[in-house]
Write a protein of this length. Structure first.
Length: 645
């Protein structure tokens, strides 16, 4: 429903209306909420759709969706029985002085279509409560059925009709954590049979059937990925003699076509989700891990950016993008390439000799590209946590992933391709990152001044942040300060028009290099192909609802990220529950509005809620005594004690 409201805010073409959406649109049009011009339905200027914010004293605010605008005030007499979290249509109250206001004309559902509830027994009373709030779930259940529920039983709830969809398990079972985080956003691993049938119908690549593709099978491409990776999106080759970089990307658009069952599922998922023990892919594994994946020693369809570089200016002086066939000669993991770059790994085959020879020449170039990039962009040291689980899904250990030379090499190759892709259209899918607001910057500067930093406002944000990072390095707080800087910034998102990428320092940027795991990249591929073929029909189709699509996939990205973070939080909570009363080393990472710490001990990365103990300051090292753990909410509560050492 939310996606439909976003589309109607921006304009929804007749031909894109599904059978399920039609009754809603017809009813709203009849009520005057919608206009219908040139075969496009759109909300009348008098109406807005959105999510109702926190209700206080019988008043609320409407968080408008689908456009960037101020929240609308909803007065006591205009709520129309709507509750916080409801998805509503509201009529603007024009001519009213003061804060822009509106009145609710229709409740169309809940902003969160799904939630999770569990059975809580408190003071002898058994109830079904929301797992995030402990408020009653508001589900009608027959007494006999409810009597059969056990303490800790967990259920997926359909918020639109107030029914139980399925039992997920019991909180006593660590394996239920995955089901809980996925259920909140109705995510699932399994694909429908019609999707799997199509994914299994494709044959292995036969080069003779693609005479119009550029045959690059003789070029010694290689892939460099994590050791656990199964989906290989990208392969590279550096032609040193011609100073030309080839970035070959899996040609997912050859297999996933618009309107098809696979495409519909890919839109719904929009991103692959990566949990510590497994992934939930955007595409069926027959494609994501096999036919689309750029595996070694087999022919694969790819979409290639060929970029000639000027080694003096480090600029791309010429670029071409085209459909090709490649034959990757080697699949490397990051550790292997790091060993090679350190002189610890020698070539064992003729293929490896050739690849190592060009990687040795490519590495100084990507290093130079990074140095140039960081003169205008930023280098943030945000720690990426890696979590490891046993067979029972219990936490065994954690570590921070470090960016190594091999990571940096691949990253700057991909950045070049993404920049080249963004330069080829004016309207499409851009990855934008706007500069931070002055208010957020002032808050950041005040926080840093509180820990003894001297904040000298320079001529540009870049110069000021660079000076702050220099001080943080001297204080041994690089990662912590960078995390604060990142929090002060706008969130990167997808947009139909270019607004630049502040963090990278790029004038234009998009996502082109990961179509197996990001739907945004697949759309960019389709658009670039349409442009290359002068296919205005195809490009107009791709762009028809691009505003709504960008907004939707940005939201899906946040959902995927939330799932990954919340899953880890649940594993940390289960670990902490086994260590009540024990003391661990931690560091204070926030003092307002709440005091929070981060675990820095045998287990690292867990967020702790400080509820008692000594007075602390930001970034102070403490001993955190685990006082209690809330398994349903995945929260750890500790006492903070001054550290003697």
């Amino acid at each position: 429903m939310k996606s439909l409201l976003i589309s109607l805010t921006l304009g929804l073409s007749d031909q894109d209306i599904s059978q399920e959406q039609r009754p809603h649109i017809d009813a709203w049009h009849a009520k005057g909420y919608l206009t219908h011009k040139e075969n496009v339905y759109k909300f009348h200027s008098k109406f807005r759709a959105g999510t109702l914010g926190l209700v206080q004293n019988n008043t609320a605010y409407l968080n408008v969706i689908g456009e960037i605008t101020r929240d609308l005030f909803i007065g006591e007499s205009d709520l129309n029985s709507a509750k916080a979290g409801d998805l509503v249509i509201a009529q603007r109250l024009l001519g009213v002085r003061g804060t822009p206001a509106a009145k609710i004309v229709e409740i169309v559902g809940r902003a969160l279509s799904y939630s999770v509830a569990y059975v809580l027994i408190k003071e002898g009373h058994k109830s079904l409560v929301d797992i995030k709030t402990d408020y009653p779930a508001g589900i009608e259940i027959e007494k006999q059925t409810f009597a059969e529920f056990q303490e800790g039983d967990v259920f997926k709830i359909n918020n639109q009709d107030g029914t139980i969809m399925e039992k997920l398990g019991n909180l006593s079972d660590p394996k239920v954590d995955e089901k809980i985080v996925l259920a909140q956003y109705n995510k699932h691993d399994a694909f429908e049979e019609d999707v799997l049938e199509i994914a299994s119908s494709f044959n292995e690549v036969d080069a003779s059937k693609y005479p119009n593709r550029v045959d690059l099978r003789k070029l010694p491409f290689c892939t460099i990925d994590p050791v656990t990776a199964k989906d290989f999106d990208d392969a590279i080759y550096w032609d040193d003699a011609n100073t030309t970089l080839y970035v070959a990307i899996a040609d997912v658009s050859e297999y996933v076509t618009p309107f098809g069952a696979i495409d519909n599922e890919a839109i719904y998922r929009s991103f692959s989700i990566y949990l510590p023990h497994r992934s939930i892919p955007m595409l069926p594994r027959q494609l994501s891990e096999t036919l689309c994946s750029l595996q070694p020693h087999v022919d694969r369809l790819s979409y290639v950016f060929e970029m000639k570089l000027d080694l003096g200016t480090l600029e791309t002086v010429e670029s071409k993008v085209y459909e090709a066939i490649i034959h990757s000669q080697r699949r490397f993991n990051y550790e292997e390439i790091d060993e090679f770059l350190e002189g610890k790994l020698q070539a064992k085959t003729k293929e490896e000799e050739v690849i190592f020879a060009y990687l040795k020449k490519l590495k100084p170039l990507t290093d130079a590209l990074k140095r140039k990039r960081l003169k205008v962009g930023y280098d943030f040291r945000s720690n990426e946590l890696e979590m490891f689980l046993d067979e029972e899904n219990n936490l065994t250990h954690t570590t921070y992933a470090e960016e190594t030379p091999s990571h940096a090499l691949i990253e700057d190759c991909m950045l070049l391709a993404n920049k080249a892709a963004a330069s080829r259209f004016d309207r499409g899918v851009f990855r934008i990152h706007e500069p931070p607001s002055q208010l957020k910057l002032q808050t950041l500067y005040q926080e840093l001044a509180g820990i003894g930093m001297s904040i000298d406002i320079k001529n540009s944000i870049k110069e000021t942040i660079t000076d702050i990072q220099k001080q943080a390095k001297e204080m041994g707080l690089q990662s912590e300060v960078d995390t604060l800087i990142i929090r002060s910034q706008m969130q990167a998102r997808y947009a139909p028009f270019n607004a630049g990428h502040f963090g990278l320092g790029f004038e234009a940027y998009t996502h082109f290099t990961s179509p197996i795991r990001r739907y945004s990249d697949l759309i960019v591929h389709r658009l670039l192909k349409a442009i290359a073929n002068n296919d205005t029909t195809e490009s107009s189709y791709v762009l028809r609802n691009i505003e709504a699509l960008c907004m939707t996939i940005s939201e899906k990205e946040r959902e995927a990220s939330t799932i990954e973070v919340e899953f880890m939080a649940r594993k940390f909570a289960r670990w902490a529950a086994l260590h009540i009363g024990e003391s661990f080393k931690a560091r204070i990472i926030s003092t307002t509005p709440e005091v929070k710490a981060e675990l820095h001990d045998e287990i690292i990365g867990a967020y702790l809620n400080v509820i008692s103990g000594d007075t602390v300051v930001l970034f102070e090292d403490i001993n955190a005594v685990i006082e209690k753990v809330d398994i349903p909410k995945a929260k750890i509560y500790v006492k903070a004690l001054k550290r003697e050492d």
